[in-house]
Design a protein around this ligand. Structure first.
Ligand code: NDP
Length: 254
């Protein structure tokens, strides 16, 4: 058995049209997986598909808004229709609204929770029948340092990312016997569109992250490739329910 071989496997990556999602997708593409990337922005997706095709694999962009239950279900069906199977689901689509807790509207709370947490639950439910039938499957959920730590401007975001870890553990225990492994990745601070906005909104954030991270730098989407290859491949067949920081040491340093 080749531990990291994904030839013949099909992965669906929500938010795979840029940032961390594209980094995760490229990690799996480099192991031979066919990749369906999803999101709302088709222009970003064009550039992402060019990057994926450079790995010599098949790929497609399937547009979907993951806050809508019907679009989650249609996305899974479209992936299976396009490529004939679905072996790996990466729940990566995410958003943040930064405010003090007292200032959020209920609609803003739901926007963050629906995008980051409820979509992961709905998509996992939607892929379960195919994975059970196939007798194998991999689900990778994207958490955050805010799965562990609190921040004053991140009540809904932190709640969603803490929830991702518990959702991961629940699904892992429920589906281990079906040979479906469910794990979470907890990225440290990674340079993407999301954190470009954070750096504009949170004074001093850029320098604080560099100082606090033992590796002394921000991460890049490419830093996510290895963990995706591991968690999507046979190398991780006895790893389930884990939450793996990929953070340059941020979560273990003082
Ligand atoms: P980006 O903003 O670059 O990516 C977010 C992705 O999510 C986009 O591709 C976007 O697609 C997609 N998305 C957002 N809302 C929706 C929606 N309603 N329906 C479908 N797709 C949606 O940020 P990152 O790459 O940084 O974030 C990716 C994940 O990593 C998120 O879950 C984030 O919370 C997490 N994370 C990021 C960290 C960082 O430091 N960057 C640290 C820890 C976790 P589109 O633009 O097409 O709508």
């Amino acid at each position: 058995m080749k531990l990291f071989d994904l030839t013949g496997k099909v992965a669906l990556v929500t938010g795979g049209n840029g940032g961390i999602g594209l980094g995760l997708a490229e990690g799996m593409a480099s192991c031979g997986a066919t990749i369906a990337i999803s999101g709302r922005n088709a222009e970003k997706a064009r550039a992402a598909l060019a990057r994926l095709r450079a790995h010599g694999v098949k790929s497609a962009f399937l547009s979907a808004d993951v806050t809508k239950r019907s679009e989650c279900q249609a996305l899974v069906a479209a992936t299976e229709a396009e490529f004939g199977r679905l072996d790996i689901l990466v729940n990566n689509a995410g958003t943040a609204i930064r405010k003090m807790p007292q200032d959020y509207t209920e609609a803003e709370w739901h926007e963050v929770l629906d995008t980051n947490l409820t979509s992961a639950f709905l998509l996992s439910q939607a892929v379960y029948p195919a994975m059970k039938r196939a007798g194998a499957g991999k689900i990778i959920n994207i958490g955050s340092m805010m799965s562990m730590f609190g921040a004053p401007y991140a009540a809904p975001y932190g709640s969603s990312k803490g929830g991702i870890v518990q959702l991961t553990r629940a699904l892992a225990t429920a589906w281990a016997n079906d040979k479906i492994q469910v794990n979470a990745v907890l990225p440290g601070w990674i340079d993407t569109d999301l954190t470009k906005r954070a750096r504009q909104q949170v004074p001093g954030l850029h320098e604080r992250v560099e100082d606090r991270t033992p590796a002394g730098r921000w991460g890049t989407p490419h830093d996510m490739a290895g963990v995706a290859a591991f968690l999507a491949s046979p190398a991780s067949d006895f790893v389930t329910g884990a939450a793996i920081p990929v953070d340059g040491g941020y979560s273990v340093g003082m």
